[in-house]
Design a binder for this molecule. Structure first.
Ligand SMILES: C[S@@+](CC[C@H](N)C(=O)[O-])C[C@H]1O[C@@H](n2cnc3c(N)ncnc32)[C@H](O)[C@@H]1O
Length: 328
């Protein structure tokens, strides 16, 4: 119901002020009978308040802050869309449980669209206030002009923002999925940027030796075919003195450490339905969403990175961020 409220615009419309079901239906240009049933689900779920005397429904400001577009705390309704996606995949995932086989990215309708909405909040909106601040040297180097790769870039919104802000630098985005790259290329053309290129590329075979000064991955390592080999290839693709910035899931590799992690059951569920099977489907290891920051840190060191630094940003409690250096 949260996902329906997000996609239909009902949550945003209700945040504009109390309304009857007919008033909210008119405000949203939706059918009253469905809107009333949706409201009842949210009232009994404790999300929306209802005043029987006036028949008005209210989305309290403290709920609107984390359930609406532009909400002060980030929009948790974006993540609810994964639940609907998982429901659509249940028959296939049940087959995987029986056979041990994996899935393909094409099996997931709307995956790149939802993922782009997710990273619009945790990455793109925070690039200049938080993400680039992970290393004091990044902004001056980007202003001077460097080569940047975003590996597993999806629809590429982060690179588009960076390419706009730093015209002296050159940006490359690689992803396995043709539809995501097609979207990124159309957005690049619409923005009129000539310092940015996107290409379909299977990063299981990345062999661009010492080409880049900065590499980023945003939530794109744990579900690779072989995460260690992938990190080894990223290390090789960096020039000496280069930097690697990695956002990945912030859980621990040890189940007992995740008992108090509020997102843990959601993330293990996503792991069953997406991150584990897409890796297995490429013939990979299937480490899963909760491979753990300990595993990530150990793999970065094993790849050869020096000075591996780990940060959790307040705006992004689901993820952990690493800054890793390749020695001069
Ligand atoms: C969880 S998504 C993150 C996408 C994007 N970085 C973002 O933050 O929106 C992981 C991405 O890795 C890409 N990917 C997975 N396996 C890949 C491979 N072998 N080669 C290239 N890209 C791959 C997927 O297509 C997907 O876009």
């Amino acid at each position: 119901m949260i996902s329906v409220g997000h996609r239909s615009g009902l949550l945003d419309a209700l945040a504009a002020g109390p309304a009857t079901s007919a008033g909210l239906a008119a405000r949203s240009e939706l059918a009253e009978r469905y809107v009333r049933e949706w409201l009842a689900a949210l009232v009994t779920g404790g999300v929306v308040r209802w005043d029987p005397a006036s028949a008005h429904y209210t989305l309290p400001a403290e709920h609107a802050a984390s359930l609406t577009r532009g909400g002060r705390l980030g929009n948790m309704a974006v993540y609810a869309q994964h639940v609907a996606m998982m429901g659509a995949l249940e028959p296939l995932i049940l087959q995987c449980f029986a056979s041990g086989a994996g899935t393909r990215y094409e099996d997931y309708p709307r995956f790149h669209e939802v993922m782009a909405e997710d990273s619009a909040q945790t990455v793109v909106a925070q690039l200049f206030d938080h993400v680039l601040g992970i290393d004091d040297g990044l902004v001056p180097r980007l202003e001077a002009g460097i080569e940047v790769l975003d590996a597993g870039c999806g629809r590429g919104a982060a690179l588009i923002e960076l390419a706009r802000r730093f015209p002296a630098s050159r940006f490359t985005g690689y992803d396995l999925c043709r539809d995501a790259i097609g979207h990124a290329q159309r957005s690049t053309a619409a923005a009129g940027l000539d310092n940015l290129r996107f290409a379909v590329r299977d990063l299981s075979h990345l062999d661009d030796a010492a080409r880049f000064d900065l590499i980023t991955t945003f939530d794109a390592v744990h579900d690779q075919k072989h995460p260690q080999r992938f990190l080894d290839a990223l290390f090789a693709a960096l020039r000496p003195g280069g930097r690697y910035v990695m956002q990945d899931i912030g859980g621990s590799a040890r189940l007992e450490n995740n008992l108090d992690f509020p997102m843990a059951s959601f993330l293990y569920a996503i792991s069953c339905f997406h991150c584990t099977p897409v890796s297995l489907g490429q013939g990979g290891e299937g480490l899963g969403t909760m491979w753990g920051w300990e595993t990530a840190e150990a793999m970065l060191r094993s790849a050869g990175f020096a000075e591996v630094r780990r940060t959790v940003f307040a705006h992004d409690p689901m993820n952990v961020w690493f800054l890793a250096h390749k020695r001069e």
